[in-house]
Design a protein around this ligand. Structure first.
Ligand SMILES: Cc1cc2nc3c(=O)[nH]c(=O)nc-3n(C[C@H](O)[C@H](O)[C@H](O)COP(=O)(O)OP(=O)(O)OC[C@H]3O[C@@H](n4cnc5c(N)ncnc54)[C@H](O)[C@@H]3O)c2cc1C
Length: 511
């Protein structure tokens, strides 16, 4: 009997990524959005390296990179409304060199990004159902029954195998499940503006660490404009209907620019919250439905995409009968831990940087530039910053799917990128499936085991690149469909691989 489709509620970057992960694996799904058409607001501006690595697995990372602007340098400025100066220029290329095929941050507006993903979905025969609003659902051991109100007035009752709540901060899925969304709302107002500047289009990022921290400037390729995001000065926060002219005198000296045209301006408030749970039975919370926080670090959308990639392969493999149901239990602990620490760190950083009085001033003007300056002087520090911002640092050490250690690489770590003489160990990840990696030599017994399981085995040269990445010669690394290491074992013959495969009833597709 054909399985009921997976119902994906929401067609933002998260929902579109869940859909891609399922459709690419031939899992039937429906993706609905209460909006009548695709979004036109370019909220998230930064696509991080880890997201590009996921897109590399789908084979379209370079297409996205071409459409955005590769931001190679971030200019850190310091100062108040009376004027500011550049204190540091950070090269992303230097910070990420050797760590990822994408050692940069990509400026690519969210609306362009969503349209791009929709195009990819359409190419796979799947389209968003616009004007279709989830109004509630029930579930039992056999499935989900959801109620959808279409903009034509028709009400539809839909049967689904799972429901993925990718329906943003006001999630109907979360509310129907009665899951708490504790946290708070920052008192500051943010502004966002699309502007032209007198000095012409700049491809770099500018971050001001002055009195109004979070005055950021990004390039938008498709419009040739610059995107400004920042805090509305506190003395203006009582004003109704703030426009760009109200803040012009504050913003221009901070960023060292002269704005000649304003295309779009808006203000908004920011929340910091994490849902108490990400899963109840057959229902999952994904993306902003589960976590929201300050846009300061450019992490929100990328975290939602990471959730989507994680959940997508879990559901697909369970529905294909290629993994034990317990694989679904790993989604919440793997992703909620990161969401909580992200919200806590962005909250701490944001609160101390925007703090009023002498302490806030001291952090902004002295501590932050000094810290950045010192840390980025050393390659270890530069790498640590890049790993954190790019989301490459995300790992799942406590997951039941993460076992063993070999060299400096643990079960649960992202597979380190090894590029050696034109050969990249990321290329086989395009199968979107389980695979075994060995760097060095393979014993006959292991080859036989892999053949027996139809588990693809990839053998790489153990050179300087593999050693520098912390991999151990001749060890085995079982890699998950999302590029994380599940099992790391220094020993090829001790039965750990077979035990692992049996424990999770894994089925492999072969080469
Ligand atoms: C100004 C700004 C700047 C930002 N900058 C960045 C950045 O640089 N980097 C970054 O990573 N993040 C950034 N973010 C955060 C980012 O925009 C969000 O994290 C991202 O949009 C979340 O995507 P999502 O798909 O989870 O939710 P959303 O984009 O909110 O999508 C929710 C979807 O659900 C649909 N929906 C809602 N309710 C229903 C229902 N009942 N039935 C059917 N459909 C429903 C909506 O129509 C929509 O399609 C920024 C946010 C803002 C506001």
């Amino acid at each position: 009997m054909q399985a009921e489709p997976v119902l994906i509620v929401g067609a933002g970057p998260t929902g579109l990524n869940v859909a891609l992960a399922l459709v690419r694996r031939n899992i039937p799904c429906r993706i609905i959005s209460e909006a009548n058409r695709p979004g036109e607001q370019s909220r998230a501006m930064v696509v991080q390296a880890r997201t590009l690595e996921f897109y590399d697995q789908y084979g379209f990372a370079s297409e996205i990179v071409e459409q955005g602007v590769v931001a190679e340098t971030a200019h850190i400025r310091e100062g108040g409304a009376q004027g500011s100066r550049e204190v540091l220029a950070l090269s992303f290329k230097e910070m990420g060199a050797g760590l990822s095929p994408y050692p940069f941050a990509l400026a690519y507006p969210q609306d362009d990004h969503e349209r791009f993903l929709m195009g990819k979905l359409k190419g796979l025969g799947s389209e968003v159902e616009w004007g279709s609003k989830l109004t509630g659902f029930t579930q039992d051991g056999d499935g989900v029954r959801a109620s959808i109100e279409h903009n034509t007035g028709r009400v539809e009752c839909v049967a689904a195998s799972y429901i993925c709540g990718c329906d943003g901060a006001r999630s109907c899925v979360r509310e129907t499940l009665g899951i708490g969304f504790p946290g708070g709302t920052y008192q500051q107002h943010f502004f966002v503006a699309d502007v032209k500047v007198a000095s012409g289009f700049s491809r770099d990022l500018t971050v001001n660490l002055g009195k109004h921290i979070l005055t950021l400037m990004f390039p938008v390729r498709s419009s040739g404009m610059q995107r400004l995001i920042g805090l509305v000065p506190s003395e203006l926060s009582g004003l109704e209907n703030i426009g760009f002219e109200d803040i012009r005198a504050h913003v221009e000296p901070l960023l060292g620019i002269k704005v000649t045209q304003v295309n779009w301006f808006s203000t908004y408030r920011v929340h910091h919250r994490v849902a108490d749970r990400f899963r109840v039975g057959r229902a999952f919370l994904v993306g902003d439905a589960g976590h929201i926080h300050s846009p300061a670090g450019g992490q929100g959308m990328n975290t939602g995409i990471g959730d989507a990639v994680n959940l997508g392969w879990n559901i697909a493999h369970v529905m294909q009968g290629r993994a034990h149901l317990s694989i679904l239990d790993t989604y919440e602990p793997e992703r909620i831990g990161f969401a909580r620490s992200l919200v806590a760190t962005t909250d701490r950083a944001f609160t101390s940087l925007v703090g009023e009085g002498v302490a806030g001033e001291f952090t902004r003007r002295i501590v932050a530039p000094l810290l950045f300056g010192v840390v980025t002087r050393f390659s270890l520090g530069r790498h640590a910053i890049f790993r954190t911002i790019s989301q490459m640092r995300i790992h799942y050490p406590d997951s039941s799917l993460s076992q063993g250690v070999a060299g400096e690489v643990d079960g649960g770590d992202r597979l380190p990128w090894v590029h050696d003489g034109g050969q990249s160990n990321f290329d086989p990840l395009r199968s979107l499936d389980w695979q075994l990696h060995v760097y060095g030599g393979v014993r006959k017994e292991l080859e036989t085991t892999c053949r027996g399981f139809h588990l693809p085995l990839h053998v790489f040269n153990y050179g300087d690149a593999a050693r520098d990445a912390g991999l151990r010669r001749d060890a085995l690394y079982l890699v998950r469909p999302d590029g994380y290491i599940s099992l790391a074992s220094p020993d090829q013959t001790d039965g750990k691989l077979s035990g692992f495969v049996r424990q999770f009833q894994l089925g492999f597709a072969g080469l």
